[in-house]
Design a protein around this ligand. Sequence first.
Ligand SMILES: Cc1cc2nc3c(=O)[nH]c(=O)nc-3n(C[C@H](O)[C@H](O)[C@H](O)COP(=O)(O)O)c2cc1C
Length: 383
Amino acid sequence: MNTAIIVDDDKLICRLVASILRTMDCEVMGTGEMGTEVLPLYREHMPDLVLLGINMPKVNGMEALKDLLDEYPNAQVVMLTDLADVAIAEATIAAGAKDFLHKDSGMQDLRGNIERVLRKIIKTPRAPSDSGAVPVEDYTSNLMDILKRRASVRSFTDRHVPDAMVRAVLSAAQHAPTSSNMQAYSFVVVRDDETKLKLAELAGGQGHVAQCPVFVAICADIHRLEDAIATGGGSLAKGHMEMSLVATIDAALVGMSASLVAESLELGGCMIGGMRNQPEDVAQVLGLPDGVFVAFGMTLGFPTDRPPSKPRYPDVGVIHWERYEEKPLADLHQTYNASLEAQKRETSRADGVPWTERLAKSFSEPKRLNLKGALHNLGYDFD
Ligand SMILES: Cc1cc2nc3c(=O)[nH]c(=O)nc-3n(C[C@H](O)[C@H](O)[C@H](O)COP(=O)(O)O)c2cc1C
């Protein structure tokens, strides 16, 4: 299936063109009404085809086309024009658009013209066809809104987070899927300032761990499981990779569930991998028994302000259909570098360090070389 985005301030024409494209096995990944929306939509979806109106407020189609082609010279853009705009439409072709469609021609003509444009411009099939043919943006839910707007929060107000609220969050999170219903995880909820300070230091001096009203240590826990298995007349086979992974994955799933539930109640927070800097010291501070380690922590509280959510890597580089498809990644990396930088610029936090460079700085050397031995001492082996 091919993909397209449509940007035109005439909502009716957007809907009409989208419905025609769908019947032609072309998925509409996003629509917008303003010229300023073209670049973000393009960065997010990397579509095969862009349908772009000419007369739009603020940034008109011609300007939007130039901005897009500056960043993506190979973008396939077709202008949507009124009959009166022919001269402008021709100017857009000179500026790099591949074609134009008269949006006020009749339905049949429009359909025929779209077919012609698709044949001319799109040559390679991409994702498999979706017989439902509902566009991506039509699938929405409250949960999707919460997930898409979320961002890690590292600064909290003094507003009290009641125990009942913490308990509601964590007990709801317990409904996360868990391997063989083992529920190989536990939470340790910390409010005590001194304990939070110790944990903040062990996490490498992370002030927000000390400042958050509530800190939740999300633990992989085979201690309770061992007891349950003994009660059932067996003895837990531990000290091997599978059991260690099962408990760690269980902890990750329950932790993410807790984070989402917290967000749904207007709380915010941040996962703290720094808990794995010195796992044995953390275990001692929290009084963890053998068979329990903190996979990561989670700060919780009411945010002072909500940071804007960070853009994510273009989904075409992440979602594979049927089989993993090795793709040339250079353009996708650059696209993501640019969209992160653009977001940082918008929020006055531009630092000029691309994502790829930041990763290279952080991950060219191995980390936490003490981890294997420390986790072994706590009852976990990854051999
Ligand atoms: C397992 C895990 C551990 C993390 N550890 C830390 C941490 O120790 N300190 C921190 O400030 N952020 C930490 N983060 C937050 C990430 O940096 C953050 O999720 C990522 O940059 C994406 O940003 P976003 O959450 O705002 O979308 C962690 C996230 C995860 C999932």
